[in-house]
Structure formats: structure tokens, C-alpha cells
Design a binder for this molecule. Sequence first.
Ligand SMILES: Cc1ncc(COP(=O)(O)O)c(C=O)c1O
Length: 395
Amino acid sequence: MSTSTATTDVPFLDLVTPHVELEEELTRVFQEALRTAHFVGGAAVEAFEETFASFCGAAHTVGVSNGTDALLFALVASGVRAGDVVVTVPHTFIATTEAIAHAGALAEFVDVDERTYNMDPGKLRAYLEACGRDPSGRLVSKRSGRPVTAVVPVHLYGQTADMDRILALADQFGLIVIEDACQAHGARYLSRGGDNWRTAGSMGRAAAFSFYPGKNLGACGEAGAVTTNDPDVAARVRKLRDHGQARKYYHDVEGYNGRLDAIQAGILHAKLRHVSEWNAQRRERADHYNRLLAPMPGIVTPYEPSWSHAVYHLYVVRTADRDGLIAHLAGAGIGTGIHYPIPLHLQQAYRSLSYKAGDFPVAERVAAEIVSLPMYPQLTAAQQDRVVSEIRRFV
Ligand SMILES: Cc1ncc(COP(=O)(O)O)c(C=O)c1O
């Protein structure tokens, strides 16, 4: 057993170094806000929105308060109504289903793929084919009898779901697609139909991004955005984030206080200039891990299909004795995470949905075996080699 250290030699995440590196640029954002007193909305927000839309290859970006609100606004603005069913995966962060519930809808799950950990289109097809039709011809869930109107694929860990197959099914069954792109800034997907690379956030009716500090593009606080190619969806999100008004004190609908503040927008705009380079560095770190870990018995490295260009928000491996490995690495001063230990259908918060163990066997198996290793642009090859040598000692 390696010697136990009080300090973490290889932290799971390093949020200090990138901010120290950009201190001058970021300080200017604060100075500008102090000198102009433009704190909410205004030119800084608009400038960021325009640049982020073009980064994603989407026509519109609407900056909002966080990723959870981005999902909520995207769902509501795209036409999801109270009482609808929205289909998603159990292997994701709870914000995905919180947003569905906050829209008044009911989340129902389909299992994930054993290798990509994202929505399995075959399972989505089976779910949809099992649905019935109500007297007015609407698709209704076999499980709840409620109308099924939308699907939320999650681009987990920085890799897109298999969107061609999901979009084709959504088209066939008349469903709205909202991408949960909260972990996938700049991830790309090779659309076989058009044979072109599409960027996360440009493929569904709308998409939600989180700029929580640890994300590939992170704010210095809370922030999020909705992207869409549909100008009507964008206009509705703009209203929803600002108390339902397009003109001050003329409220067309009831909305939310869900705006992006100008300081966060300025910070995001400054950082956005670096994201492609940071994503490339994450991919290099992933390659380095893959080279060393893939041949190791007992470790399953991430699977990146030929149609995917992942941006490794997280680098997640699978191993039978996950808890033992985490304890060993912690003893060696190496930080890890689990994303996520309990699939949503088995969470206490969703007891009322009446799912049970065994309903989504892939998600359950994956949740029991995954561990996220340190992954960030500033991670050095020497640090990675230490992580790998400790894993080798353990397995
Ligand atoms: C997959 C996923 N969806 C939604 C969210 C919610 O984003 P936020 O924390 O900005 O509300 C997150 C954030 O961690 C996420 O990882």
C-alpha cells in the first residue's frame, strides 16, 4: 500500500491554475462591469451569446442563470406541457429530470448503451414501439398512459449521444428533441446522413448548456445557456428568463428570474477564446490515459465511436472493485469522482415513479463500476503517469 498523504498530489480537478493564468483578462471584465454598472443583461451578454452560438453552429444562444434552468426553459419554449411524458436516461445528473419535473412533465427512462454510457437508440425504439395511441392519435406511454412529447438525450462526459438514430426516431414518432449538452461544450457528432460533423447544441429543437465552474467552459459562478436554430424558441426562452416580458412590465406569460448576469457573460466570453485549445488538450490527455490503461486487464477505458469527437469533460473508466480502487488512489493522494453512483430511477427522490432495481440493468451495472479520473487541460503527463502506475499497482 502506498503511503498516505494529507495533501492531494493529483487533484481530481484544478480550478485555480486556469484562473490564475487568465487573471488579467478576467480582471478586466470585473473592471468594465464596475465602471459601466452594467450588471444584468446588456452588451456583454449579447456579445457572448453571439459568439457562443457560432461556436456551437446554432443560430441563437440565450444566456440564462444555470444549466438546470436552461433545460427547463428549452423544454417549455419547445412546447412541452404539464402532464406530458419526456423520455430520458437514468444515467445522468439529477438536473436532467429536475428540469422535466419543473416543467410539470413526467420523466420516463430508457437504458443507456453498454459502451458509450449514453442513450441506447435501440432501447428508445423499443420504448416508443410499446407506446399506444389515444383517441386523438397522440402517442401515449404504456407505463403512465400520458402523452409522450419529447426526448432528452444527454451528451454525458463530453460525448454526444448517437443523434442520427435518435433524431430519426423522434421524427418518426413526432417528438421534440432537447439536447442536454451541459457536459459537452464543443463535442462533435459525425452525421452519417449528411456526412458532416455537427456540434453539440445544434442538432435538437433546442439544447441546454451549463457553465458551472468545473465545466469545459465554466463561469466564476452559476451560468447556463439555451441554443437553438428556431427563432421562435429563442424568443420564448428570452421571455421565460425575464419574467415573461419582451418589453419592461408588459408580461405576455408568467416567467422566471433566469437571466445571465453581465460579469459571468464577460468571463465566459473571455474563456470561450480558449475552449477549443483546452478541448484539444483534454483529448491529448485522454489519448495518453488510453495508451497506458487500455491494455491493462480489469480496466475498461472510454469508448469513442468513429462518429464521435468527444471533449472529455470527464474521463471515466470501469473496474469491478471500483470502491477499492478509489480508496487506493485516495491513499496515494489521487482525487477521483463517481458520475454517478446511483441511477436516477433508484434515487430516493424518485421513489414515487415506482421503478425498481433491475429495470435498467446497464445503467445499474455502469453506476456500480465507474470511476472518474483526474482530467483537465493543466494535468501533466507526469501526473497522469502517477495515476496510471497507482492503478497498475491496484488491479
Ligand atoms: C448532464 C447535466 N445536466 C444538467 C446539469 C445542470 O447544470 P447546472 O448545474 O448549471 O444547473 C448538469 C450540471 O452539472 C449536468 O452535468
